[in-house]
Structures are given as C-alpha cells and as structure tokens.
Design a protein around this ligand. Structure first.
Ligand SMILES: [Zn+2]
Length: 202
C-alpha cells in the first residue's frame, strides 16, 4: 500500500473510533506495519483531529524514520509486531464498556456465537504503567494467539491483518462488553450450551 494511503487509512480509523464512541480525545493509538517499519498516530494529539501528515513512521523497534513523535504507547504496538508476524494493524482504545470490564474484571463466558466464531474471548492483561517497556512486553506475551485483549485498569487492544479488521474486532468487543455488562445487571447470565466454545474455537 502507498505511504499516502496508509496515512489516510490511519486517520480514517481514528475518526471512525471517535464517531462510534469507541475512543475520546488523547486516548488510544492506531498503527499499521509496512515491512520493517510501523506507521502510528502521533503523541499528544486528539486522535480524531490528526491529519495524514501527522502520522509518524518508525522502525519496528521504535526508532524514528521521519518527523514527528510517536505515541508513547507505541512500544506496545512494536512489541506485538515483533512477536506476531501475521499482525499488520493494531488499534488500541479506551471504549466505555470495555473500560468497565477493565476495572471490574470478569470472566468472559460463552454468551453469543459471534464472539466464539469471530474474535474468541479476550486475553486479560494485568495492569502495568502505560508507556513502559514492561507493559509492552507483557501485553505482547499475554495476547499469545488472541485477536484482542483487555488491559486491566486501562483499555483494550485489537490486532488484525488490516486496519479495517482491527477496528471491526474492537467494535465487536465493545458490543459484547455492552451486552455482558448490562445483562449482569438484569439477571443471571444464560450462557451457550456446554461445548459450544470448544466447537467454535479457532
Ligand atoms: Zn491507552
């Protein structure tokens, strides 16, 4: 994909996250891997207001390859890319209902087939201070083979082979968190029959 197109797609993804209520202001970051380099949202900017020119290019180890300063949470993205060769795009955000599950840790029982079929249960990632090397390595390790994860006391992250895919997984995760959080207020959960998770497991 052309550099210009990558920049535009990252901006489009940030705007979509904002418009869908999945991320606000300075939170979150979006990246795309191209060969040995990573394109990522800049530090200290409201993500839905950035222009394509502000997207920053760094090496997969985080070394600057042009102008601009990458998100401090970029380390988490680079660690995931180094560990997961199949991942091409990462979306990290602080979606409202996923953030509730990040501060009230709960199991993710098999509730709806779309979770079991498409994204599977999230990896639950212990809290470590944002922007640190420890968090970056821990997230990359804890995600293991998962397509998405919940960072306790922080937010959520989704990985895919495209920006659209990573956005879709995060959006689906938020929709599932919405169902899970509200259904726990309404009454006891009715889970899928035993064996369904194993049947659908990727
Ligand atoms: Zn964050």
């Amino acid at each position: 994909m052309e550099d210009r197109r990558i920049r535009e797609q990252i901006v489009f993804t940030c705007q979509a996250l904002y418009q869908q209520g999945l991320n606000l202001g300075y939170a979150g970051n979006v990246s795309f891997r191209q060969g040995d380099s990573v394109w990522i949202t800049p530090a200290a900017r409201p993500k839905h207001r950035i222009s394509p020119e502000e997207v920053v290019q760094v090496s997969v180890t985080g070394q600057p390859m042009g102008s601009g300063r990458a998100s401090s949470e970029g380390k988490m993205h680079y660690a995931i890319y180094r560990r997961r060769p199949e991942v091409q795009a990462i979306v990290h955000a602080h979606p409202p209902f996923l953030s509730i599950t990040a501060v009230t840790p709960i199991d993710w029982p098999p509730l709806l087939p779309e979770m079991e079929i498409v994204i599977g249960p999230p990896a639950i990632i212990p809290y470590l201070p944002p922007g640190t090397d420890e968090l970056a390595e821990r997230v990359a390790m804890a995600l293991d083979g998962a397509l998405w994860g919940i960072l306790l006391n922080h937010g959520a992250v989704a990985l895919a082979d495209s920006l659209e895919g990573a956005f879709d997984y995060l959006e689906m995760g938020e929709s599932l968190a919405h169902t899970l959080v509200l259904s726990r207020l309404v009454g006891p959960l009715h889970t899928l029959p035993p064996g369904e998770r194993a049947r659908f497991s990727r």
